[in-house]
Design a protein around this ligand. Structure first.
Ligand code: SAH
Length: 656
């Protein structure tokens, strides 16, 4: 009998999340690949499988400057020294430099050399490593420390970085303090390492469309929970002493300019008027999102040219649409010229959806400017209340690659993630920009209540369980809490198909859509690692007596053993009850031979995975803990080439 062999059957990939390929089928100007040798050329051709639109060139140092500025990403298959020397004079700043990735000829290492975050080189290096089965070499501190990068996060959330020179200092603060204090005037979800503060004085980063926040004025609390820790207080004292500290401003794109102007007004005049009004009202030009005006002015050359210069969209409205807005200052001159009672004010309000203006109309020379603020998260405040969603998600046994794409998509769609530390750590890459609620293992009920409460309030919530959520996990508990509160969730069956009832008339709590999203359970993962031990009837039994009396567990073990079920033992051992696995083994040995094959799989599909095929006699010689699942074969289970196999019965009917 082949016993106790540790098997190494580890997948090569290190669990990088699937990232959609860049430029697939896109324009040719996206990616340029350079090679020197024939091997390099062969590798470049292989990479076209990943980036079909990429262009491949033989490397000539003095020609690279011609490509710079034309391509978004550069992949060099050669020594990094050559690349560094060649691109050094071309590098300008991290805002505009392209992504540069260097690959060795064998494709073993993809080094993200330049513009890791904003340029996307880190992602490209990871994609290439995944594609070629190699390693991505990433050196940006936030990635190495598993922290969100400020610039990437800003980009993803459509926030404009005002002063890139302040970024290194802010990033260092972040890494040294392990958290970043954010003051935000817009409603947004923050990654778990970002701490929301309601006093701008305490913040490292200010998210606002105001040019400067007067740090002596503490704005009214936004209702967002603030953690006023000792650390924050000492930070306040530090900042008081040194008012000179310059803070990083991130600009939300939420200002809408309503503009009316006489025919033939020059672009410069419009620009000066806009900048003058913004500055007088302490508003940042970087927060301007778009322009709104009357349909007739949609083709006004000065306006078009100003909009084009700053890449601002122009939204136009008919006189009837403009006249439908009440509470604006009317002008007879405007009515005579256009048929609209007013232009700048109602246009800004219509385009922003706001019911009041931030800046009432200002007439400066030939232009009239009004400003409105577009509210993000209007949904929460508006009358159009929406039912929340409650996803109960299984994240599989280990790394991200074993989570179903559907589960990944609901996690991405969620505003809030509720879960337990270890499982959350395994999926950190998916939850960076989410509000994460994590409490210890024994606080499951508290977690479920919170999740239900949030879903009722209209948020999209994912309750995370390792493995499958319906197997010794959270799904049952969530339903018990729903039942306890009399909340009948409507059934979701697919992200886009779920009915989302809304109830605008009343302020009654809305019942959330509830959906359970299955995951690969430990019994699937462990069976797969062992071979095919579950090919016949099996029983899963948890040895945890935290919620089930031990006597009942013993009875179930006895019955399953007696009736020749394959037995999957979950929660086999913990510090508090080391003897349970010994007792279980003794019970099973009453009905099965000591040579019965047993598989002991620890941390399946995780970094520290171990797989042992042994038997009932020897099984206790191996490490068994709470990350382990033990599978005990039935009377017919056999071991072949270190695989554990339970025959289904084909051999009796057919010749194999
Ligand atoms: N919902 C989970 C089970 C949670 S109970 C599922 O469907 O798999 C926790 C127990 O599951 C652990 O004590 C262990 O017995 C088993 N388990 C979970 N993940 C595992 C893994 N990666 N490898 C081996 N066993 C695992």
């Amino acid at each position: 009998m082949d016993t106790g062999n540790k098997i190494k059957r580890r997948a090569k990939s290190k669990g990088t999340p699937p990232i959609p390929p860049l430029n697939k089928g896109g324009q040719g100007g996206g990616t340029a690949i350079f090679y020197i040798t024939d091997n390099g050329f062969a590798l470049a051709e292989r990479l076209k499988g990943l980036y079909p639109a990429a262009q491949v060139f033989k490397f000539k140092p003095d020609t690279i400057s011609k490509f710079w500025g034309k391509h978004k990403s550069f992949i060099f298959i050669m020594a990094s020294g050559i690349v560094v020397r060649t691109i050094a004079p071309l590098i300008k700043n991290k805002k505009t430099d392209p992504a540069v990735v260097v690959l060795d000829e064998k494709g073993e290492f993809a080094v993200s050399l330049l513009s890791g975050h904003v340029g996307g080189a880190n992602n490209i290096a990871k994609q290439i490593a995944d594609f070629l089965g190699g390693e991505a070499v990433i050196t940006t501190a936030s990635d190495v420390n598993n922290m969100p990068s400020i610039d990437l996060w800003a980009k993803e959330n459509n926030l404009v970085i005002e002063d890139w020179n302040l970024l290194p200092q802010t990033a260092t603060q972040f890494i040294n303090n392990s958290s970043l204090k954010i003051y935000s005037e817009i409603d947004m979800n923050l990654p778990s390492d970002f701490l929301k503060v309601s006093d701008p004085k305490l913040a490292d980063v200010l998210i606002t469309n105001k040019q400067k926040i007067d740090s002596n004025v503490i704005p009214v609390k936004t209702g967002i929970q603030e953690k006023r820790t000792k650390e924050l207080d000492s930070c306040l004292r530090r900042n008081d002493k040194n008012q000179a500290i310059r803070k990083l401003y991130l600009r939300p794109k939420n200002l809408i300019l309503g503009i009316g102007c006489n025919s033939g007004t020059a672009a410069d005049e419009i620009e000066d008027a806009v900048k003058g009004v913004l500055s007088k009202n302490n508003l940042s030009f970087l927060s301007v999102q778009s322009i709104a005006t009357i349909d007739k002015k949609g083709a006004e050359p000065g306006l078009l040219s100003f909009a084009g210069k700053y890449n601002l969209k122009i939204n136009t409205f008919t006189p009837d649409e403009l006249n439908s807005v009440s509470n604006v200052e009317k002008s007879e001159a405007a009515f005579k010229a256009t048929g609209a009672n007013a232009v700048a004010e109602p246009a800004a309000m219509l385009a922003s959806g706001a019911d009041k203006l931030l800046v009432r109309k200002q007439k400066i020379g030939n232009a009239t400017i009004a400003i409105a603020e577009k509210k993000a998260g209007r949904r929460a405040q508006s009358a159009e209340r929406r039912a929340g969603k409650l996803y109960i998600v299984g994240t599989g046994p280990g790394t991200i690659e074993h989570i179903t794409p559907y589960a990944q998509s609901v996690i991405k769609e969620s505003d809030v993630i509720v879960g337990y530390g270890t499982y959350l750590d395994l999926i950190k890459e998916l939850t960076r920009d989410k509000e994460v609620i994590s409490t210890g293992m024994t606080k499951e009920i508290e977690r479920c209540r919170k999740a239900v409460e949030l879903a009722i309030s209209g948020r999209t919530v994912s309750v995370i369980s390792g493995g499958d959520p319906g197997i010794y996990a959270m799904a049952g508990l969530v339903f018990e809490v729903l039942r306890g509160q009399g909340v009948k969730g409507s059934r979701g069956q697919g992200v886009n198909k779920s009915a989302s009832p809304s109830n605008p008339q009343t302020l009654e709590p809305l019942n959330p859509v509830v959906e359970v999203i299955p995951g690969i359970a430990a019994l699937n993962a462990c069976a797969a690692r062992l071979g095919a031990p579950l090919m016949h009837d099996f029983a899963a039994i948890s040895l945890s007596d935290r919620l089930t009396p031990w006597k009942l567990i013993e009875e179930r073990l006895e019955s399953a053993a007696k009736t020749d079920f394959v037995i999957v033992l979950y929660n086999p051992k913990s510090m508090g009850r080391p003897e349970h696995i010994n007792k279980a083994r003794k019970i099973i040995l009453k009905h099965r031979a000591p040579e019965t094959p047993v598989g002991v799989v620890r941390a399946a599909m995780r970094e520290n995975e171990s797989i042992v095929v042994t038997n009932l006699r020897d099984m206790l010689n191996y490490d068994i803990d709470m990350q382990t699942t033990v599978i005990i074969g039935n009377s017919r289970t056999f071991v072949w080439d270190n695989w554990m196999i339970t025959p289904r019965g084909y051999e009796k009917k057919f010749k194999i």
